[in-house]
Design a protein around this ligand. Sequence first.
Ligand code: SF4
Length: 163
Amino acid sequence: MNCVKQSLKNSLNNAYAHHIQRLMILGNLALLLEVHPDEVDAWYLGVYIDAVEWVQLPNTRGMSQYADGGIVATKPYVSSASYINKMSNYCKECFYNYKTKTEEDSCPYNTLYWEFLYKNKEKLKNNHRMRMMYTLLQKMEISKDFSEILEKAKTIKQKINSY
Ligand code: SF4
């Protein structure tokens, strides 16, 4: 995952990462993987030179992880790979394919994104900012591919948890 590799490298080498790396790549992945917000706080506070609690915690809990129940952000900050591709040039040099969801080399963000929407449907389907995605999800759920997405997401999580 080139985007994750570059973002981690920058964070660990420089104790700094820009907005896209912090939120859209690392925060997004943490939320899609359902990492506990305490662990995400510990990462941001422990790694970034400019992280002080009174600024970092609302950003992490609220904007990045939607762990305040929607006080700061109007929707969870999650995205699939197409948005990462639009906002960065990481996908061009990545092993994974940012365009697909169920192939062997499909980007994990795509698989995890649709699984996240599916799992949190009851909580989020009436959020007006997510309506379009839930309309798409509804169409996907009746396609034969959707069970493959759920199965693939399970495998990705099992692999990550085994490290
Ligand atoms: S294809 Fe996926 S993992 Fe690879 S750089 Fe793009 S978003 Fe990241």
